[in-house]
Write a new protein. Sequence first.
Length: 232
Amino acid sequence: MQKTAEDFLNGQVLLIDKPLNWTSFQAVNKLRWEIRQAFKIKKIKVGHAGTLDPLATGLLVICTGKMTKQINTFQGQEKEYTGTFVIGSTTPSFDLETEIDKTFPTDHITETLIHETTKQFIGDIEQFPPVFSAIKKDGKRLYEFARAGESVDIKSRTVTISAFEITKIDGNNLDFRVVCSKGTYIRSLANDFGAALNSGAHLSVLRRTRIGDFLVKNATSIDGFIESLTTN
């Protein structure tokens, strides 16, 4: 059944499968604009419950109208990710946003070592956010310091990883699944995992598959959502 202007103003929870190279902010802005255009609404609140990096795909929980009051609740829920780590090299951003800066030997790494090393990261762990992140320090985003070549002191934070498994090994490419708490950086996990292997690693693929009880398999594309606004 097609939604009405009142439905969106009273509050909707939209499950969106964010495409590659879109920021979460762009996705929210696009949906807000499309809702306003479809129903000739001058103003409506729209927000998301947890940022995904532009190089990540997957589940964005987007709230409209009165449901935006639930954003903090949704943000605090457990999240699940899948993706790929590349061992043997690192990047300053811990992912493909920046070029490889260092390479490391991998001859000593066995499948047994890989699977054993995951155990070090299950439970409550201390993690340093990537310097290329949107966390604010002294009124500036960390990535602003990083892009300006300025060093900055970053404090670690405690996060919880309840599941971490390597699901496929293909040369230096390791497919993984992680279930974790709010505030966990999978890019930092990639970097730390590489260091724990006495090598290096960076994140090459990331997809969010779950937030709480919300599943990406139940999400719609941005184009699909736009189409639903005009389909009777």
